[in-house]
Design a protein around this ligand. Structure first.
Ligand code: CP3
Length: 355
């Protein structure tokens, strides 16, 4: 395997010095890029694209050909695990993900097994191996999974949701069923992420997109507890280097201390929290990733640069910051604005790393 040429992303996650603040974008491969749309059309549909290692590799690399990003992220989806559990994932145009057989009861939960990462999910590992080979050590590859809570919301709701009534009904009326589901998901996520590391992922991220819809107590019991269990079970070193783990709970700003206490290396921030406050609260324990509002990329380029400057100033001097959007890039963003964003992070961050 070729040695890593640009390790600034891995160094920042371990709070080691870098020459500038590394940057990548959540959902950096996707529909805002015309070349992505062309490859997806070639694959047929989204899941066929995920299941074809060569094409998944192609779309992973597309944003890196356009922009000097400091990390690549595996092209896949968080819903691969529930699909492998037999729920029948499909995508209806314009409506997001759906399941043919959602989870409705304890009996449904009991039937679910832990997928074999090199079996039903072998296509993901093949994509990781292909991407690692094709990256040729340019930048590190991020592997990822959804959090048990976030995966469970899709599995019980049967798709995307706004009010989360079905899963909250299960949480309050049949908590044992939900805990059994979350426990099976935590075991599945742990073996899935460890297999991604074995296949070549150099860093891991857990997306808890929906943890922020819970009460503080329920966040701990139904989401954070299971992420902490996963963090405990992960391979943290491979190929002689630390494999850093980032936890991202959207709308989780009020729980930063608890998230940092799981033993993760970094905490992802959305845009509803000031990064200076986050640094004051947990910056001596973990690195921070974030936290520009993705909608800022709709602004004229000078306004984007101003926002980048404000966030860099908020974090201040020293290592431990990976710049990112606070959530995925929107599908109608002008790629030129994304490019200006990335360039300005690199340029404007150098003075903060001068010492
Ligand atoms: O970041 C990347 O570039 C890697 C790829 C990636 C995708 N999904 C590709 C994708 C990652 C990391 C994800 C994670 C994911 N998927 C999350 C967690 C992060 C977040 O955004 O909150 C969630 C909640 C999902 C579930 C999911 N997958 C939804 C809700 C949708 C539909 C969204 C939409 O915009 O239509 C997907 C499909 C999906 N996953 C697409 C992409 C590029 C769009 C599919 C398409 O090409 O039509």
């Amino acid at each position: 395997m070729k040695p890593l040429k640009n390790d600034s992303y891995l160094r920042a996650l371990s709070r080691q010095p870098t020459d500038y603040t590394p940057v990548w974008m959540m959902r950096q491969a996707g529909r805002y890029l015309p070349e992505y749309k062309a490859t997806r059309a070639q694959a047929g549909d989204f899941m066929s694209l995920c299941k074809n290692a060569e094409l998944a590799c192609e779309v992973t690399l597309q944003p890196l050909r356009r922009f000097p990003l400091d990390a690549a992220i595996l092209f896949s989806d968080i819903l691969t695990i529930p699909d492998a559990m037999g729920l029948g994932l499909y995508f209806e145009t314009g409506e997001g993900p759906k399941f043919e057989r959602p989870i409705a009861s304890m009996a449904d939960v009991q039937k679910i097994g832990i997928p074999d990462p090199e079996g039903e999910l072998g296509y993901v590992m093949n994509a990781v191996r292909t991407i690692r080979r094709e990256l040729q050590g340019e930048v590190p590859l991020i592997g990822f999974s959804g959090s048990p809570w976030t995966l469970a919301t899709y599995m019980v709701e049967g798709g995307s949701s706004k009010a989360f009534t079905k899963i909250k009904k299960m949480m309050y009326a049949d908590p044992q069923a939900l805990h059994l589901l979350l426990d099976k998901l935590a075991d599945s996520v742990t073996s899935y992420l460890n297999a991604q590391v074995a296949a070549g992922a150099q860093s891991l991220m857990i997306f808890d997109t929906w943890g922020g819809v819970l009460t503080p107590r329920d966040y701990n019991d139904f989401s954070l507890q299971y992420m902490a269990k996963i963090v405990d079970g992960l391979t943290r070193e491979n190929e002689g280097r630390r494999v850093p783990v980032t936890l991202f709970t959207k709308n989780g700003g009020q729980w930063l201390e608890a998230i940092a206490a799981t033993g993760c290396d970094a905490v992802g921030l959305d845009w509803t929290i000031n990064i200076a406050d986050a640094k004051r609260r947990i910056g001596d324990k973990v690195a921070l990733q974030g936290n520009m509002d993705p909608s800022m990329l709709y602004a004229p380029i000078p306004r984007i640069e101003q926002e980048v400057a404000t966030i860099l100033e908020g974090f201040g001097e020293g290592p431990g910051h990976v710049f990112n959007l606070g959530h995925g890039i929107h599908l109608d963003v002008d790629p030129e604005h994304a490019g200006a964003f990335i360039e300005s992070v690199h340029r404007l961050s150098r003075p903060y790393h001068a010492k």
